[in-house]
Write a protein that binds this ligand. Structure first.
Ligand SMILES: [Cu+2]
Length: 279
């Protein structure tokens, strides 16, 4: 019994230490209990709001539980054979109206602040357009006039450190600590662009431009998945963003401008090239 318990504890410790390595790399981890580690100001606020609500809900649940226990123990037929005939109590009625209103107002204020932070795109230094397609993403850098497709890596093409079902052939690359404006659109059906560590999730709707933003505060790889059921391969169109230093970003930008240029007939990106030709 004790041996088994110790085994569980060791396994748990190993899993949780492994979990932090995963969490730092912007992807889900085995036995993950909390949200993915935040890497943007918006996600910092989401995590704070989540914890804040958890305290409030827990306090309300405990309060109601305590009242129920008091009723069960003190006012059952045996303990209280002659019930009181009280029907109204003005003070309590005012309290149970006003207190919930105050709690809701207290929740609404940070909630609206968070909504406005997410919705109002600050002046952006990089703009990327993400187009959801059945079943991959296309990323365009409109200011630099290039774009490319991002397809999930099959198991045989995947390196050891690349996560299964999340790693892609061409990642979106953005500079660290810069505001990135994301323009999101669907090409065929509704998809949804989501990166948990950045706290973004926005629908990619055909014929309608949606926009959101993020500022990645740490370098590294960040993964997300299409989050709107979009058809057969919905589970196989991951989103991978590589956040790099300024210098690395400009080097990548120079190379990508040549490699993925719209008018480059040798672009390795046949699907995007075909798309462009069709326009
Ligand atoms: Cu999709």
């Amino acid at each position: 019994m004790f041996k088994r318990l110790a085994g569980f504890m060791i396994a748990g410790a190993m899993l949780s230490s492994g979990g932090t390595a995963y969490a730092a790399s912007g992807q889900p981890s085995p036995w993950q209990m909390t949200l993915q580690q935040s890497a943007s100001p918006v996600m910092d606020d989401i995590v704070w709001f989540h914890d804040f609500l958890l305290w409030i809900t827990a306090a309300i649940a405990i309060f109601v539980l305590v009242l129920l226990v008091i009723v069960i123990v003190r006012f059952n037929a045996k303990a209280n054979p002659v019930p009181s005939r009280t029907t109204h109590n003005t003070l309590i009625e005012v309290l149970w109206t006003v207190v919930p209103v105050l709690i809701l107002v207290g929740i609404a204020i940070p909630s609206f602040k968070l909504l406005f932070l997410e919705l109002k795109v600050p002046p952006a230094e990089v703009t990327v357009k993400a187009t959801g397609k059945q079943w991959f993403w296309t990323y365009d850098y409109p200011d630099a006039k290039f774009g490319f497709d991002s397809l999930m890596l099959q198991d045989k093409d995947r390196k050891a450190d690349q996560p299964r079902l999340l790693a892609v052939d061409n990642e979106m690359v953005v500079p660290v600590n810069k505001v990135v404006k994301l323009i999101v659109v669907g090409a065929d059906v509704i998809h949804s662009f989501s990166i948990p560590s950045f706290g973004i999730k926005i629908d990619a709707v055909p014929g309608r431009i949606n926009e959101t933003w993020f500022k990645a505060e740490r370098e590294g790889m960040y993964y997300g998945q299409c989050s709107q059921l979009c058809g057969r391969d919905h589970a196989f169109m991951p989103i991978a963003i590589r956040v790099v230093k300024d210098g690395e970003y400009s080097a990548w930008l120079d190379a990508a401008k040549k490699k993925f240029a719209y008018d480059n007939p040798l672009t390795p990106n046949m699907i995007a090239a075909a798309d462009q030709a069709a326009k």
